[in-house]
Ligand binder design. Structure first.
Ligand code: Q9C
Ligand code: ZN
Length: 342
């Protein structure tokens, strides 16, 4: 399997986040992608290609123009306001406040274009975000060009980013961009299987009223887990999208036996949908030792996930999302890919 990777992700570094009332180094750090990059060579998965340059046109097919424009302007504005270090949101236009029009100051803009404090920017973030987007589109091009599968080693990840907001380490929704790109380039239907531990709220929001993208999401129950405000089982799509969004919330402590049954059900739904392309939002934060998650999957299970997905026999694009127990995420993420190929 061919992979696509860019060193430009490394500029998105030194970010901090809020955990239990304290500012700590962000779990979403450059070493994540570096470990995976090394593991690809370690197991001989296949060639690793650099992304081709892309304009932002494909991003604008799923994101609002003012949001994409903001992502490019945010850190320069932060610096122009005399700040340095991590740009982090801290005020949000929730119920009872004015969320109907973009504000002016960088502090207000950060909150207006986010749903949490978890997507933070430093000097090199925007270039890294664009590189992650180009990685996804280049890998999508490989699948469109006839490859049975491809791996987009995206960093930063994307599935929490919605049409007009960032959050949860995510800025541009790489998987959603790729799905729309396939549709704009000849595909009639695309299925997205999101196996990241966290609900892919951004992906769900983007395609919620659409019947040309089936979104299947396996994740920690939002009743007790981030992102808390989306991802419940009764969210099934709306309008002509009704029935084309499926959530599988599962409790803390879920083992592979239970998780794998949900995967089987999701795969059956994907098969019945008969998509032209399958996109896998590949988070491996389901791992038992993940520092911010609560499922109990073991390293031996990841190749089984890949093998199960391969049985669908669909052109498949894997897009990297979360996974934070740095060294082991590489074994697990690449384990899915080798399991797919075996
Ligand atoms: N710091 C992905 O896996 N963390 N994003 C909330 C408080 C947010 C995870 C806990 C986790 C976001 C792509
Ligand atoms: Zn996650």
């Amino acid at each position: 399997m061919k992979s696509v990777y860019s060193e430009r992700h490394k500029g998105h570094a030194g970010n901090v986040e809020l955990v239990a009332g304290a500012i700590v180094p962000a779990f979403e750090m450059p070493s994540r992608a570096e470990f995976i990059r090394a593991r690809i060579d370690g197991v001989g998965l296949g060639p690793v290609l650099s992304p081709q340059a892309h304009t932002l046109d494909a991003a604008l097919r799923v994101h609002k123009p003012d949001f994409i424009d903001f992502l490019g302007r945010a850190y320069p504005m932060w610096k122009a306001a005399g700040r340095e270090g991590t740009a982090m949101p801290f005020t949000w236009p929730t119920r009872g406040l004015r969320g109907d029009r973009p504000p002016e100051s960088i502090e207000a803009l950060l909150g207006y274009y986010s749903f949490d404090a978890g997507a933070t920017l430093v000097e090199g973030s925007w270039d890294a975000i664009k590189s992650s987007y180009e990685v996804a589109l280049t890998a999508a091009g490989l699948v469109k060009g006839g490859e049975k599968s491809a791996f987009a080693l995206c960093r930063p990840p994307g599935h929490h980013a919605g049409s007009g907001f960032m959050g949860g380490y995510c800025f541009i929704n790489n998987a959603a961009v790729a799905a729309q790109w396939f549709l704009d380039n000849g595909a009639r239907k695309v299925a997205i299987l999101d196996v990241d531990y966290h609900h892919g709220n951004g992906t769900q929001e983007i395609f919620y009223e659409r019947d040309d993208v089936l979104v299947l999401n396996l994740h920690g129950d939002p009743a007790n887990e981030y992102p808390f405000f989306l991802g419940f089982a009764d969210e099934k799509g709306a309008g002509k999208g009704e029935g084309f969004n499926v959530n599988y919330p599962m409790p803390a402590g879920t083992t592979f036996e239970v998780w794998g049954a949900a995967l089987d059900d999701a795969c059956a739904k994907a098969a019945a949908y008969r998509p032209d392309v399958l996109l896998v939002s590949l988070g491996v934060d389901t791992f038992e030792k993940d520092p911010i998650s609560a499922f109990k999957l073991k390293t031996e299970h990841y190749p089984l996930i890949g093998a199960r997905i391969a049985k669908l026999g669909l052109p498949t694009l894997f897009v990297m999302e979360g996974g934070y127990a740095v060294a082991e995420i590489a074994v697990n993420a690449v384990g899915v890919l080798t399991g797919f190929e075996d």
